[in-house]
Design a protein around this ligand. Structure first.
Ligand SMILES: Cc1cc2nc3c(=O)[nH]c(=O)nc-3n(C[C@H](O)[C@H](O)[C@H](O)COP(=O)(O)OP(=O)(O)OC[C@H]3O[C@@H](n4cnc5c(N)ncnc54)[C@H](O)[C@@H]3O)c2cc1C
Length: 285
C-alpha cells in the first residue's frame, strides 16, 4: 500500500513527487505510457523564473535530472481508473493494480469533449482500455479509435481475441492491416446503440457495425478516471489546498484549469504534496 499515487508525468506531477520525497512519503508516479507532456511542445520558454530561454524538452530534462538526483523514478504506466475503496484507493493501470491511501491527479488539461453517445454507452460497450475489457468481447467485432500509438498495441491484442477489429487512428501512422485488423481513415462522429449496448460507430466515412468501441486518448475524460469528482468549467474543482470534493484526492496543474502555465503547475504540485502529507498525518493520528 502506497501513501500516495501521483497520476501524471508533467511538471505538476514531478513537483508533487519531489515534495512528497522531501516529506518522506511512500509514493508511486504513474506517468503515462508516452510521457508526452504539453511542456515537450513548448518551443521557447521565457516565463519560468531562473531558467530563461529554454525549450520545453530541455526544461523536462532539467526537471527529470532533479528527480533522478533525489532517487525518484516514474513508472511508464497509464492509470485507467481509480476506485474509491473507502479507506484507500485502487488504481487500475491496465495489467497492474496499485493501492494507495491518497491520490494526486496531475493529468494535464482536462478532456471533456466526448462524441455523441459516448458517455451514455460507457460500460455498455464504450471503454477506454481495450486490454482491460477485451476478454468481454471474445469473437466479437470492436472498433478502436486512437489518438496515439498506444492504440496499435491495443489493436494487436484485440486482434488475437476478437473476430474483427476496426482501427481508426487519429494520428499519422503506417500501421498495416493484418488478418482481422482493418485500418480505417474516418473520424468518429457518434456511438449508436439499442439503449443497452453499442451496435455501431458512425464515422465520416460511413457506419460500422460493432459490439464495442474503445477510445484511446492522450488524456482520459476525468469522470472516467475517477467517479464522482466535481468539475468546474470542465476542469477539476479544487480548494486552495488542492483538495477535490473526494476526501484523499488532490489535483494540481493544468487539470485544475487556467492559467495553463508551468509555474502554476509546479506551484500547485508543491501545495498538493504538502496537503497530502498533512492529510496522511491526520489519518494516522
Ligand atoms: C506549445 C505549447 C507551448 C507552451 N509554452 C509555455 C510557456 O512558454 N510557458 C508556460 O508557462 N507554459 C507553457 N505551456 C503550458 C505548459 O506546458 C503546461 O501548463 C504544463 O505542461 C502543465 O503541466 P501539467 O503537469 O499540469 O500537465 P502536462 O504537462 O500536460 O502533463 C500531464 C501528464 O500526465 C500524463 N497523463 C495524463 N493522463 C494520465 C493517466 N490517466 N495516467 C497517467 N498519466 C497520465 C500525460 O501523459 C502527461 O505526461 C505551453 C504549452 C504548449 C502546448
Amino acid at each position: 500500500m502506497y501513501d500516495v499515487a501521483v497520476i501524471g508525468g508533467g511538471p505538476a506531477a514531478m513537483s508533487a513527487a519531489l515534495n512528497l520525497k522531501i516529506r518522506s512519503k511512500n509514493f508511486i508516479i504513474l506517468a503515462g505510457t508516452d510521457e508526452a507532456t504539453d511542456l515537450s511542445k513548448a518551443p521557447n520558454i521565457v516565463n519560468y523564473l531562473g531558467i530563461n530561454n529554454i525549450s520545453g524538452k530541455d526544461l523536462i530534462q532539467t526537471f527529470e535530472k532533479h528527480l533522478e538526483e533525489m532517487g525518484i523514478q516514474k513508472k511508464k504506466e497509464k492509470a485507467y481508473n481509480v476506485l474509491n475503496m473507502g479507506e484507500y484507493f485502487t488504481i487500475n493501470a491496465g495489467s497492474n493494480f496499485y493501492d494507495a491511501k491518497t491520490i494526486v491527479l496531475a493529468t494535464g488539461k482536462a478532456k471533456t469533449t466526448l462524441i455523441e453517445g459516448e458517455e451514455y454507452y460507457i460500460g455498455r460497450g464504450v471503454g477506454y482500455c481495450a486490454t482491460c475489457d477485451g476478454p468481454l468481447y471474445r469473437n466479437k467485432t470492436v472498433a478502436i479509435v486512437s489518438e496515439n500509438r498506444e492504440g496499435e498495441e491495443e489493436a494487436r491484442f484485440m486482434g488475437e481475441i476478437c473476430s474483427k477489429v476496426y482501427y481508426l487512428p487519429l494520428y499519422k501512422t503506417i500501421m498495416l492491416e493484418s488478418n482481422n485488423i482493418i485500418v480505417l481513415k474516418g473520424k468518429p462522429l457518434s456511438v449508436v446503440g439499442d439503449g443497452n449496448k453499442v451496435t455501431s460507430l458512425v464515422t465520416t466515412e460511413g457506419d460500422i457495425d460493432v459490439d464495442a468501441v474503445f477510445f484511446i486518448r492522450d488524456v482520459l475524460p476525468v469522470s472516467q478516471l475517477i467517479d464522482g469528482i466535481e468539475l468546474e468549467d470542465g476542469s477539476i474543482k479544487v480548494d486552495k489546498y488542492m483538495a477535490t470534493n473526494i476526501p484523499g484526492v488532490f489535483a494540481c496543474g493544468d487539470c485544475t484549469g487556467k492559467p495553463f502555465q508551468i509555474a502554476k503547475a509546479v506551484g500547485e504540485g508543491n501545495i498538493a504534496a504538502l496537503s497530502v502529507a498533512k492529510y496522511l498525518d491526520k489519518i494516522l493520528e
